[in-house]
Design a protein around this ligand. Structure first.
Ligand SMILES: C[S@@+](CC[C@H](N)C(=O)[O-])C[C@H]1O[C@@H](n2cnc3c(N)ncnc32)[C@H](O)[C@@H]1O
Length: 232
């Protein structure tokens, strides 16, 4: 299968590991990518929906037959055995955080939240991860936040967030977007500023969270246009 667009961008973040898990796998293409490219010895495919999981089982039936892929129908990580790398893509950020809180924290994570990416970033940092890549993939008018993170060494774990020094703008927009802003990211900031401004103008009372995000977006846009990388 040819993986293009969002799935290709997600697969590009996956690293070699012994056992890989794709939580909410649906079609199973990412696990197929890992196996076809020799990036993992074995894999776990899981989905809360038996119907979705059946698609991945069909795609990966030869690997299941060889005993290299284990299929589990469950919510989140509840029946997934420990794995070295876990992918959770195409779900909301709050759902992703709740899956990880209730499950286990693997050494490597690739996450692609559909929304609430700032909550995912905050969770990773407070849970002792280093965020290694954190950017927005744009496909036409759609945008996808893609994060790759690795557990910090034990001696750094408690202070991983502090070590990385994520500021408010980085939590809001992702560090790599701010350090190397693409043209699409600048257009996104412009749209965000217009939308937040319109929302605040139409509101009856103050909207402190929207006001703060507007300030962050304006500062990020100014810094990107000025070639500076300083953010509040
Ligand atoms: C939009 S699809 C994304 C599929 C694939 N991960 C991707 O990125 O293309 C979301 C999948 O996650 C599954 N799902 C949603 N919530 C889940 C949960 N809490 N635990 C496991 N699977 C879940 C759905 O059944 C669905 O198959």
């Amino acid at each position: 299968m040819k993986r293009t667009g969002r799935l290709a961008a997600v697969c590009a973040e996956l690293s070699p590991c012994a056992r890989f898990a794709d939580v909410g796998c649906d079609h199973g293409y990412c696990t197929q990518f890992m196996l076809e490219n020799g990036l993992c010895r074995s894999a776990v495919i899981s989905d809360v929906s038996a119907k979705s999981l059946a698609k991945a089982e069909k795609l990966l039936q030869a690997y299941i037959g060889e005993g290299r892929v284990q299929s589990v129908c469950c919510a989140g990580l509840s029946a997934v055995p420990p794995c070295d790398e876990v992918l959770i893509a195409g779900m909301g950020g709050e759902e992703i955080v709740s899956i990880l809180r209730e499950g286990f924290l693997p050494p490597q994570l690739v996450l692609q939240p559909m929304k609430n990416a700032p909550k995912v970033r905050a969770f990773l940092l407070e849970s002792g991860y280093r965020i290694l890549h954190d950017y927005t993939y744009f496909e036409g008018r759609k945008r996808y936040h893609i994060l790759r993170a690795a557990k910090a060494p034990a001696e750094e774990e408690l202070s991983a967030g502090a070590v990385q020094g994520y500021g408010a703008a980085e939590l809001a927009f992702g560090r790599d977007n701010l350090l190397t802003p693409s043209a699409a990211f600048l257009r996104y900031l412009e749209g965000e500023i217009a939308a937040l401004g319109a929302r605040m103008a139409a509101a009856n009372g103050p909207l402190p969270a929207a006001k703060r995000r507007l300030q962050l977006a304006e500062a990020a846009l100014a810094a990107a246009r000025g070639g500076r990388h300083e953010h509040p």
